[in-house]
Design a binder for this molecule. Sequence first.
Ligand code: UT7
Length: 336
Amino acid sequence: MYRSRITGLGYYVPENVVTNDDLKQWMDTTDEWIQERTGIKERRWIDPKTSEDTTSIMGAKAAKIAIERAGLTKDDIEFIVFATLSPDMYFPGGGVRVQDLLEMPTIGALDVRNQCSGFVYAISVADQFVRTGMYKNVLVIGSENHSGGLERSTRGRHVTVIFGDGAGAAVVSRSDDDNRGILSSHLHSEGKHAAELSLLGPSTGRWVDAIMEENDPEDVSYYPHMNGQFVFKHAVIRFSEAIIEGLEKNGLQKEDIDMLIPHQANLRISQFIQRKFRLSDDKVYNNIMRYGNTTAASIPIALTEAWENGKIKEGDHIILAAFGSGFTWGSVVIRW
Ligand code: UT7
């Protein structure tokens, strides 16, 4: 068995900044409510009038940076793992689009559909391929275009104000040092709560024809639905469990955590976890204030920023942790 490590990171967010006050043009909300409940000050939303960005295009832009920083070229990448809940098309997924956009050889491309846990799942997949020796360099992307599919009205405000667009990417490569790299990943699901954070249709459970036939102005089935408080309660428990599981597996204590990169679901969730594990401010990285919740993109964007800002050093213990729709949750423990 080999060990894998992250050798390159990159992110891309659309130019268009939407502040909390900007949202008032569509819905009854306030900057105060949004900041108090979520910590979010602004997010990026693709402006289709001025930008051609899509989930795949943003993913490709982030990937390009990550590949370059890994000291590789697109031709060195042997496999793509693409995590998103908002692919450009119902099918095929975003991975094949990136293979085309970056003009890569005809390598395999796999899509991961695990929403907010998507990047954690995707990294674990890449890690397995590298560990077994099947591939040396795997490109992992998390990218989301939420803005086009959110309900921009007071009815949808409890969901719409939270989500933002963006992409992050990592190159997972065979490590030449057995002491450094991805130590373990821990993945979980509890499908009985699937409906609590979901988008019902269009899907094979709710075909377009049925939606159009009903033509019901009250129908919100094609907007994301979230039972916020229910999700919140589960999130704080599962985040903690995933982190503890990662620590125990590697014989680490909470004091050994050098940097926790939590999925940016809500600043209040991150702060709860920070307090629970008694981590100082410099040991948890949050950027939800500037980007909102970018689902599968949130961890790679935050990880890239933390690395760019010099907050991650060789030998540091980094924990990635996520919880979201499914429910799915998990963690990845890395010795950088
Ligand atoms: O990333 C995947 C995982 N996701 C999460 O972990 C999210 C977890 N949940 C949350 O972060 C929070 O539940 C939310 C931020 C989504 C919502 O916060 P909340 O404290 O649970 O608010 P609520 O939905 O219970 O709504 C409280 C009040 C309601 O008014 P009434 O009924 O008390 O009069 C809402 O109508 O706040 C109202 N409200 C708003 N007011 C202004 C809901 N959304 C808004 C809004 N602006 N955007």
